[in-house]
Design a protein around this ligand. Structure first.
Ligand SMILES: *Cc1c(COP(=O)(O)O)cnc(C)c1O
Length: 363
């Protein structure tokens, strides 16, 4: 047997048949970096509590792994519905809310319009581009608040589709007033309105009541952030029964695996840790803000989430400086309006101390 050298993929021609929209989109821009302090993905710095992990593992051992999971994860949906005080028939679950963003873009964006602000969460614009939807973005106000009049005009002037609003906002962490959000949502007429509430536990905001008022509205929520379960992949939509029924048609069968369903049952039986951790994040966020106020060249932007932006005179230099101190954050300086900005997650108190020390050492 002879071993042939593998053909170089760099020299290979681009495969035929790939849609131009897919060709045009760059790969998801994320490079994992192995350093001790990881503040680049807005995760919880704490793992799922060890006793709950053990309970989930025990239940998992008792379940058959050779059988397909619950088709539409109805048991899990019922637990989420009870936790959120929602109609179980109006809950849709997928492996992460990023998948729901893809499905919502399929539901109401393809051949129609995806409307959001700028800068915004990259998945909304990425899916719009991949799926060939018309993408319309309205710049945020200079203070980071929703451009209410601009969005209202865009809602009037474009063919309806799907509107994405993130509260609190990503990647800024800005929380709008409930009145501003309502003004935009109420102008949305026939549009599907998505309120992405991935970080609501940290802001204390809650748009379920506004969502309930219209059958074309939904709230997107996730176990990836405050629940500390990003590795399990589970996101959900709280919608109207009618909207949920259409969205469910787009969900692949058996898309939530038995391990995830089992672990989330356990989490939803013991949700108290989430509130306690969110309180710690809020305290730490305020402590970091206060400590960075006197910084000679870095400016911290107000945030209601578990992350915050630091505006620096040179994002590249600040990023490298933090890496040298064993801290990885996310550069956001390529985004409109965010020149010089780094996005930093709130970590454990010790991690935040390290961040503050490194910040003070920056010259
Ligand atoms: C982190 C995040 C999510 C959650 O994505 P998952 O796929 O559920 O991990 C959703 N929306 C925004 C704006 C986020 O930042």
């Amino acid at each position: 047997m002879t071993t042939e050298p593998l053909p170089s993929t760099a020299a290979a021609p681009d495969p035929a048949g790939v849609r131009p929209a897919v060709r045009a989109v760059p790969a998801y821009p994320f490079t994992p970096i192995d350093v001790p302090i990881k503040l680049d993905q807005n995760e919880s710095p704490y793992d799922f509590p060890a006793d709950l992990k053990a309970l989930a593992a025990e239940r998992m051992l008792a379940r058959p792994w050779n059988r397909y999971p619950d088709l539409h994860a109805d048991t899990l949906k019922a637990s989420i519905a009870a936790y959120e005080d929602w109609d179980p028939a109006a809950v849709v679950v997928t492996p992460g809310s990023n998948v729901l963003i893809k499905l919502l873009t399929e539901l109401a964006g393809i051949g129609q319009t995806v409307l959001t602000v700028s800068p915004t969460f990259s998945v909304y614009t990425l899916e719009a581009q991949l799926l060939g939807a018309t993408l319309v973005q309205v710049p945020l106000n200079p203070d980071g608040s929703l451009p209410v009049a601009g969005l209202q005009a865009a809602l009037r002037e474009n063919t309806p589709g799907v509107l994405y609003i993130t509260e609190p906002h990503a990647p800024t962490g800005y929380a709008d007033t409930a009145a501003a959000v309502r003004e935009v949502v109420e102008a949305a007429g026939d549009w599907v309105v998505v309120l992405d509430e991935a970080y609501h536990q940290y802001s204390g905001t809650d748009y379920r009541a506004l969502v309930r008022e219209g059958e074309n509205r939904l709230s997107l929520r996730t176990f990836s952030k405050a629940w500390g379960l990003a590795g399990l992949r589970l996101g959900y939509a709280l919608a109207s029964p009618q909207l949920a029924a259409h969205l469910q048609k787009l969900v692949p069968a058996f898309n939530v695996n038995t391990l995830t369903q089992t672990a989330l049952e356990v989490a939803l039986e013991h949700p108290d840790y989430v509130r306690k951790r969110a309180e710690e994040v809020r305290r730490e966020r305020e402590r970091i803000f206060a400590a960075l106020q006197g910084h000679p060249s870095w400016q911290v932007l107000p945030s209601a989430a578990n992350f915050y932006l630091i505006r620096t005179p040179d994002a590249e230099a600040a990023y490298r400086h933090l890496l040298e101190h064993g801290i990885v954050v996310r550069r956001q300086d390529q985004l409109p309006g965010l020149a010089g900005c780094l996005r930093v997650a709130v970590g454990t108190p010790a991690e935040n101390d390290a961040l503050l020390q490194a910040a003070q050492a920056f010259r």
